[in-house]
Ligand binder design. Structure first.
Ligand code: FAD
Length: 496
């Protein structure tokens, strides 16, 4: 039989347990799944902010979201508030969900750009709710304004992996806590087995490399190669430190631009996650650490932890019989909270072209094309945040503001800056509202009105925009406070 019956997952961080949880749910019971993790090596243990597709993953795994929230100390996330990015003293919000509503088949932001009545923020339910620290889950009725809510979660990364571990082991995944000391290849160069420190050889048909930055199988054994993007994304280090929760439980992530990077603040129920992502070519470790400790508004609960990384992606996420996920497959800094999503996308895409023992190359190539596109699209969106700035107060900002960027991004900026037009590939993760939020938020406004709209009568549009603003304001006001919603386990109800 050509069917794959033995899967070995290497690594028990977020990637390893996400893969084990999904595969054990979606594949037949005849497929045995073994996960190996080294408790001595441990996990990265950060990765606390997510984006809306995480909600679908929770559903796909048959997990009760309220139980997940309770187990992981999670809060809801409506988007990200950016401070000091376009210029020092400015702030803007990148919300999940839509701005306003498209009219006559034309994107909402084009109508707004024509009249500029009200701030763009006034047309986002997520932004209005976030500013009022309110939250409710989306309403089922598409006519209800709350049907337009989109949300993600902030959760404790270590607790999330443990939660998924329980799910996966309950479905029969075998967990081995040992260090892998060797990798055996067969005569085709495929991975045949991993050798554990006890001397046991663990054979498999398909290996999922979730071993973190080291890429134990995909890189150390198969030497797949890494495409380095640090010329566009020079951030290569981060300090992470927890502080006690301030009890406010903001329903959004905050990211503050600093002289050579940025700092995050992620509210969980039991603590706040803080970190400083920085470019070590522009600021020393001690200065970066001191800057983080100065900015946090409470006593640290632990020593700041230093992490190093290189922006980029593995040249082939899938090589022979090894599929890499998580940090083993590449890294894009957490500015838009995309790493966990890329793991999700990787494992779901793997399911859609699950191989047999022949490991047909066409399927592997297709997987690699799709994951390359995912990484590149996210990369361009992140570069946008650095490049589109008026900051000239440090060598770092002068560098990123003036550096050459990918042609794809240059074209997008030109098209938006002229008539506010955006042309996205159907598979792109970040859609029009995200690009509009960041481009407008960082100071790029179209210089002209779309000619298709310019000649139309403005009066009916003015009325519609005013009504949208009113409905959105009332919709946000009707939501319960986010902290009440979380504390009542999702049972706090909106005012009708
Ligand atoms: P790891 O957590 O490193 O796990 C690797 C596993 O492999 C461990 O279990 C380890 O023991 C095992 N292993 C390694 N070698 C061996 C061996 N020889 N034998 C046995 N086992 C071995 N993502 C987001 O989506 N949102 C965020 O807000 C976010 N913030 C981040 C902030 C920072 C500073 C960093 C660095 C990353 C952040 N990420 C974020 C990314 C996120 O943390 C990772 O994508 C996620 O944790 C997945 O990590 P992993 O499982 O791939 O690797």
């Amino acid at each position: 039989m050509d069917t794959i019956t033995r899967i070995v997952v290497v690594g028990g961080g977020t990637a390893g347990w996400m893969a084990a949880a999904v595969l054990s749910r979606e594949l037949p019971e005849t497929v045995s799944i073994t996960l190996v993790e080294s408790l001595d090596i441990g996990t990265v243990g950060v990765g606390e902010a997510t984006i809306p597709p995480i909600v679908q993953l929770t559903r796909m795994l048959g997990i009760d979201e309220d139980a997940l929230i309770a187990a992981t100390g999670a809060t809801f996330k409506l988007g990200i508030e950016f401070h000091d990015w376009g210029a020092i003293g400015e702030r803007y919000f990148h919300p999940f969900g839509q701005f306003g509503a498209d009219l006559d088949g034309i994107a909402f932001h084009q109508h707004w750009n024509r009249l500029r009545e009200g701030a763009l923020d006034d047309y986002s339910l997520n932004i209005q709710a976030a500013r009022a620290e309110r939250f409710t889950r989306p309403h089922d009725d598409p006519r209800h304004v709350h049907s337009r809510m989109a949300y993600a979660l902030h959760f404790d990364a270590v607790r999330y992996a443990a939660f998924l571990r329980e799910q996966a082991t309950a479905r029969g995944v075998t967990r081995i806590t040992q260090k892998i000391v060797d990798v055996a290849l067969d005569d085709r160069g495929f991975v045949e087995a991993v050798v554990l420190e006890s001397g046991t050889r663990l054979e498999g048909d398909l290996f999922i490399d979730c071993s973190g930055f080291r890429g134990l199988l995909i890189e150390q054994a198969l030497q797949t190669g890494y495409e380095d993007w640090s010329h566009w994304l020079p951030m290569d280090s981060a300090f992470a430190v927890p502080t006690p929760s301030d009890g406010r439980l903001l329903p959004y992530t905050r990211v503050l631009a600093r002289s050579a990077g940025w700092q995050w603040r992620i509210p969980l129920q039991h603590r706040t996650g803080n970190g400083h992502v920085f470019a070590s070519g522009f600021i020393g470790d001690d200065a970066a650490r001191d800057d983080l400790l100065r900015q946090i508004d409470a006593e640290p609960l632990a020593e700041p932890r230093l992490l190093r990384f290189t922006a980029g992606r593995r040249r082939k996420a899938w090589n022979r019989n090894v599929v890499s996920l998580g940090l083993a497959s590449g890294f894009l800094e957490p500015l838009e909270s995309t790493s966990i999503h890329l793991i999700q996308q990787g494992v779901v895409t793997l399911l859609s072209m699950f191989p047999d023992k022949a490991f047909d190359q066409a399927g592997i190539d297709q997987y690699n094309r799709m994951m390359t596109a995912e990484f590149e699209n996210v990369r361009d969106f992140i570069i946008l945040h650095y490049h589109l700035t008026r900051r000239d107060d440090s060598d770092f900002w002068n560098h990123v503001r003036t550096m050459p960027v990918p042609d794809s991004l240059t074209q997008r900026l030109e098209l938006y800056g002229q008539f506010g037009r955006l042309f996205l590939e159907p598979s792109e993760l970040f859609r029009e509202p995200s690009w509009v939020a960041v481009m407008q938020g960082q100071g790029l406004t179209p210089s002209k009105v779309d000619p298709v709209l310019a000649a139309r009568d403005a009066a009916p549009l003015r009325t519609k925009l005013e009504r949208m603003r009113g409905v959105i304001r009332a919709g946000a006001d009707a939501m319960p406070l986010h902290r009440d919603y979380v504390r009542q386990g999702g049972r706090a109800q909106p005012v009708e």
